[in-house]
Design a protein around this ligand. Structure first.
Ligand code: NAD
Length: 502
């Protein structure tokens, strides 16, 4: 009998009526490993009511108490890293070391949020006018919904929830239906860390559940990460319903390799950034824009290294790359490679049709290197989200920047060079939110913020870091005077500026 993954309500598992469920698969075997409960409308109401009630008390809890819970949560995440990584690998398919990598990046955000007393200190202007002090601080917004994608089932809930909770909000997680297990363990760890019941709830389900989160009057803010059409829909619906919303979307990151780059280093970085997590990363680097004069040399390095990538189930000790998330995704990626070949790209390493011994029903694809791709080819126009590396040959930096800036997306990019001048030109001209110089996947550390430009982020504020604090709080400014009866200032004044100029 398969188990059913329940919701998490008021500090405990909540199965709901189980009228509707959906299967969760192990992508390495294709087998169903569990079922996922879908919430009914009444159950969504219960979850939001619990979060609203918890907000009344949690928002009053002292900063030092909140911070101590975050410190404990951090320790528990460290203690449970192996268990969390195993769950991620089983449901998502990525290799264990990569699952641990995403936990480490999430942990960084928890560490950032541990410093919340410092982050919420506010500002004070003493004697802004005679006898008047002005000060400002930020307060939580209320119930926050976090809707997350399948590809980082630990890191992305941890981009959002530690900052939302540290700033005094309550958080409802709606994890991706394909790999919800890590979100459930995170809920347990919050509870064990001493977080009061109802501050972190989890609800599962499809569009109807999300629709209620986006329209419910008691939800104040929505943090979303996923594909661009969904990001646009989420942002439009949430903001139309009076909520603040940050909706991070898809990506098609392109990196430039100039002739003066260290080619061995560039090749190693490109292979890792294109094929790590089977390319299912919003910060993957699936397109290399390579300067003509070194293109042949770099391509032969890439082919050699791509052929050496070991594709095995994610929990195999020798695995570099696991399976694709679903059979449908595998078919979609295969069709995109077919289309590139039909349009004239050279398939130098072909991952189609790969069969892993003992795992014949798993959803595996091998690394695929495509040379002489043109920007107008379908594969270059779409986000592949799979293990493909497209090579486009360019004349130099200017052409590379123009190609990057022509993309509707602007999540991440990278430049490989040994020229400081080229790097400076690139970082200033490129219309992308996160830029790497000889760094292929420039995911910012937690005390900066994460966010792309253009169709990679709908909304204004980036995720976590200082912008995360801003997103989950609203400002309040106090203008304060303590007048004596006999003061001039205490008398009636009809001037707008009053005595502030005195
Ligand atoms: P997705 O858009 O299919 O799903 C994301 C979330 O939205 C899930 O929780 C899902 O249940 C929900 N959802 C899906 N369709 C919906 C709809 N019509 N209405 C309301 N909710 C809906 O994305 P995914 O396949 O889980 O994740 C992959 C995508 O996420 C890729 O496009 C990737 O680039 C993007 N992504 C972006 C970032 C970033 O930081 N910009 C990070 C990770 C992933």
């Amino acid at each position: 009998m398969t188990t059913t993954v329940p919701h998490w309500l008021d500090g405990k598992a909540f199965p709901g009526d189980l009228a509707k469920t959906s299967p969760i698969h192990d992508p390495a075997t294709g087998e169903v490993i569990a079922e996922l409960a879908h919430a009914t409308p009444d159950e969504v109401e219960r979850v939001i009511a619990s979060s609203s009630a918890a907000f009344e008390t949690w928002s009053q809890v002292s900063l030092s108490k909140r911070s101590s819970i975050l410190f404990r949560f951090r320790e528990l995440l460290v203690e449970h890293t192996d268990e969390l990584a195993r769950i991620v690998t089983r449901e998502h398919g990525k290799v264990i070391s990569d699952a641990k990598g995403e936990i480490a990046r999430g942990l960084e955000v928890v560490e950032f949020a541990c410093g919340i007393p410092q982050l919420l200190k506010g500002e004070f202007s003493e004697q802004a006018a005679t006898g008047i002090d002005v000060y400002s601080f930020r307060q939580p917004v209320g119930v926050v919904a976090g809707i997350t994608p399948f590809n980082f089932p630990v890191m992305i809930p941890l981009w959002m929830s530690p900052v939302a909770i540290a700033t005094g909000n309550t958080f409802v997680l709606k994890p991706a239906g394909r790999d919800p297990g890590a979100g459930m363990l995170i809920a347990e760890l919050w509870k064990e860390a001493g977080l009061p019941d109802g501050v972190f709830n989890v609800v599962h389900g499809d569009r109807s559940v999300i629709g209620r989160l986006l329209t419910h009057p008691d939800v104040a803010a929505v943090s979303f990460v996923g594909s661009t059409p969904t990001a646009k829909l989420i942002h439009e619906t949430a903001t139309k319903n009076g909520k603040r919303c940050q909706a991070l979307g898809a990506a098609k990151n392109q990196g430039i390799v100039l002739a003066d780059a260290d080619l061995e280093n560039a090749a190693n970085n490109l292979i890792a950034a294109a094929f790590g997590a089977a390319g299912e990363r919003c910060m993957a680097l699936p397109v290399a824009l390579v300067q003509d004069e070194i293109a042949d040399e770099l391509v032969s390095l890439l082919v050699e290294k791509a052929k050496a990538v070991k594709v095995l189930p994610g929990d195999h000790p020798d695995s570099d790359m696991g399976p694709i998330i679903t059979e449908q995704a595998k078919a979609r990626i295969t069709a995109l490679i077919d289309s590139a070949e039909e349009e004239g790209a050279e398939v130098l390493v072909d991952g189609r049709g790969l069969v892993v011994e003992g795992f014949e029903n798993g959803w595996f694809l091998g690394p695929t290197v495509l040379d002489r791709v043109r920007p107008d080819m379908r594969i270059n126009q779409e986000e592949v989200f799979g293990p493909t590396l497209e090579i486009i040959r360019i004349s130099g930096l200017e052409e590379g920047i123009a190609l990057i800036n022509a993309s509707p997306y602007g999540n991440g990019t990278a430049l490989f060079t040994s020229s400081g001048e080229a790097a400076r030109t690139f970082q200033r001209a490129v219309q992308v939110g996160m830029v790497g110089i000889n760094v292929p996947i420039p995911v910012p550390v937690a005390w900066h913020s994460f966010g792309g430009w253009k169709d990679s982020l709908i909304g204004e504020t980036h995720m976590y870091g200082p912008e995360g604090v801003k997103f989950f709080t609203r400002g309040k400014v106090i203008t304060q005077r303590w007048p004596h009866r006999e003061d001039e200032a205490a008398k009636v004044s009809f001037h707008f500026s009053g005595d502030s100029q005195k």
